[in-house]
Design a protein around this ligand. Structure first.
Ligand code: ATP
Length: 257
């Protein structure tokens, strides 16, 4: 479970990116963080992953106040999280497989187990047959799926995903949506920042809406008024989407959140 208590973040230049933000996200929830460019979505993610600290307030993850963690404890906290951020930081001098193996090497997993896990992660995102390719040879959607494989290979309980479908066509976006649906089905907590109404329309999940650093209570009507939520998009989760990936995800993601 994740709780933010009256969180503020002011950058050194004086920009107040988040103001008095409070919320609770339960284990296994799928939550969308919405808001215009500059509203504070990425900042919130950086605080949740303890990349930055709040200026005031606290963030508690599984009973641990991460805002007060010693620096040395942060790598252990991060094992709870899979991060899929906008700057995916793929390593273009390594193969697809080696990009996914890297996080496992860092935690000292045996090569045999690491290979098994990495192949399973690539399989989940449909990239097993590209394991030996260089990431540069992948399409934008495939690179995004590789970033997801790398984020989930440690089997994190919580996935933080920033703008997962930015710059992707609708078919690639739908494929990624399917992958996240499968993780949600096995109990992973997903927190997804997006401008993309496709996501919200198909999942109908809870939304936390940021406006200039303030968390606004979501109402569908309010977002529709603001032109952010097209009512003509189908709300049927199965509509137009292939949901059969769920059965393939049978590992122990999320059960510990
Ligand atoms: N490292 C930083 N130093 C100073 N100001 C920053 C920094 N990072 C973000 N900001 C500012 O904080 C505010 C919130 O930015 P943030 O990146 O969190 O927004 P966002 O909602 O993720 O935007 P986008 O959708 O464009 O990614 C913006 O005014 C931004 O300019």
């Amino acid at each position: 479970m994740i709780t933010a208590n009256v969180v503020c973040k002011r950058y050194p230049e004086g920009i107040e990116a988040l103001r008095d933000v409070s919320f609770t996200i339960d284990a296994g929830e799928m939550v969308f963080i919405t808001g215009h460019s500059g509203a504070g979505k990425t900042t919130l993610f950086r605080l949740l992953a303890a990349i930055e600290r709040p200026t005031s307030g606290s963030i508690v993850v599984n009973g641990q106040n991460i805002s007060a963690l010693r620096r040395s404890a942060i790598p252990y906290l991060r094992r709870n999280f899979g991060l899929v951020f906008q700057d995916q930081k793929l390593l273009f001098d390594r193969s697809v497989l080696n990009n996914v193996l890297l996080p496992l090497a860092i935690i000292g997993m045996t090569p045999k187990e690491a290979l098994r896990r990495a192949n399973a992660a690539l399989d989940k995102v449909g990239l097993l047959d590209r394991a030996n390719a260089n990431p540069v040879a992948l399409s934008g959607g495939e690179q995004q799926r590789l970033a997801i494989a790398r984020a989930v290979v440690n089997r994190p309980a919580i996935l933080l995903i920033d703008e997962p479908t930015a710059n992707l066509d609708s078919a690639s976006a739908a494929a990624i949506l399917d992958i996240f649906r499968a993780f949600h089905q096995v109990g992973v907590t997903l927190i997804i920042a997006t401008h993309d109404p496709l996501w919200m329309a198909h999942f109908g999940s809870r939304r936390l809406h940021l406006e200039h650093g303030h968390l606004q209570e979501y109402t569908e009507e309010r977002l529709a008024e603001a032109g952010e939520y097209p009512h003509d998009l189908p709300h049927d989760p199965a509509n137009g989407l292939n949901t059969n990936k769920g059965a393939e995800v049978n590992e122990d993601h999320g059960k510990k959140a």
